[in-house]
Design a protein around this ligand. Structure first.
Ligand code: TXA
Ligand code: MG
Length: 321
């Protein structure tokens, strides 16, 4: 049995009802440009604890708080360095999360007990309209992890959300359909609590873009901050994922379109660019499971930037569930 009311027509009325539901402590899954999120009122402990239950996620893993604009930055964070303001100005709304020293508003139940908070302004019309409607009725921010069960592949469509979480949602919770996510991999997470920015999770906002924006060298010191997406096994389908070898008959295959498909191999995606690779990758992995394919071979894209984020996720996916 699946639950969670599916809303494909995100009108102003539908979004204002969704905002009301959030205010009342309900869960709303929302589209973003990176992946779909499982949202709750970030100031409501009971609502946030339902996120953990629905995801099956350990309670000490922090959540990203989504805000309507950088104007709310000061409500959620203290001691914001000027380079973080540059980043917000240059890349929000967009696929970037800033980790900052938390304010009183960011309580333990949303930060996993850490002294910092992750903040992001997503670049998706439906997410922004929902955040705006929520703000109008006094909402401060929407806590939202990717809308998948813990350790699984992130959803990039509302249909994938329903398959992934439908059975764990209540009938009054909502699944908003905003079409396929345009980026396809999760936001770049940047630690802004020291003298220079540090990338905790690579994404579409690259080290080079961060250096250009801030004029600072991006630090790559290994972090002691807990990022659940940095656990070794994560982003995994039920199928086993192996990297950079020739696939055999009966195996699934994901690679740039220039790679040929050997005989008997099930081609799951043939993206023409690194951007398209990111956009298609998670749905192709889900497709493998839907087709009952037990083993998937992926030829990773080379290069920096987004290709780096893709390889980061694939390396973890290949460690299995
Ligand atoms: O693109 C995204 O970031 C998506 C969309 C929905 O916004 N969200 C997402 O959330 O990927 P999640 O929870 O699946 O991954 C967020 C990561 C987690 O690994 C979490 O540990 C880390 O962000 N994180 C959140 N707050 C943090 C903090 N204060 N310090 C360090 N890491 C933090
Ligand atoms: Mg996630």
């Amino acid at each position: 049995m699946t639950s969670g009311e599916f809303v494909s027509n995100c009108t102003a009325d539908a979004l204002s009802s969704a905002a009301q539901l959030l205010k009342a402590g309900g869960l709303v899954t929302l589209p973003t440009e990176t992946v779909y999120g499982l949202g709750a009122d970030a100031t409501n402990q009971a609502a946030v604890s339902r996120i953990y239950k629905v995801k099956g996620r350990p309670a000490d893993h922090p959540l990203i708080v989504h805000i309507y604009s950088m104007q709310s930055l000061g409500e959620w964070a203290d001691e914001i360095p000027s380079y973080a303001i540059s980043l917000a100005r240059d890349f929000w709304p967009g696929p970037m999360t800033l980790v900052l020293k938390r304010s009183m508003l960011a309580e333990d139940f949303v930060t996993g007990g850490q002294p910092t908070v992750g903040l992001r302004v997503p670049d998706h019309v439906v997410a922004l309209a929902l955040l705006s409607a929520f703000e109008k009725i006094g909402g401060k921010g929407i806590a939202a992890p990717s809308a998948n069960r813990f350790g699984h592949v992130s959803p990039t469509t509302a249909q994938a959300v329903q398959e992934e979480l439908g059975e764990y949602l209540d009938s009054t919770d909502l699944i908003l359909d905003g079409g396929p996510s345009s980026v396809g991999v999760e936001s770049t997470i940047i630690d802004c609590t020291s003298g220079a920015p540090r990338i905790l999770r690579p994404g579409a906002i690259t080290g080079e873009m961060i250096e250009t924006s801030t004029g600072l060298k991006v630090s790559t010191t290994v972090s002691d901050i807990r990022v659940s997406g940095s656990l070794e096994n994560h982003y995994s389908p039920a199928a086993t994922v192996s990297l950079n070898r020739i696939p055999e008959s009966g195996e699934g295959f994901i690679a740039l379109s220039e790679e040929q498909t050997p005989n008997g191999v099930i081609r799951l995606a043939s993206p023409n660019s690194v951007e398209e690779f990111a956009r298609l990758m998670y749905s192709a992995l889900r497709d493998a499971d839907a087709k009952g394919v037990k083993s998937v071979v992926v030829i990773e894209p080379i290069g920096d930037g987004l290709a780096l984020a893709i390889r980061d996720r694939l390396m973890r996916a290949s460690k299995g569930r």
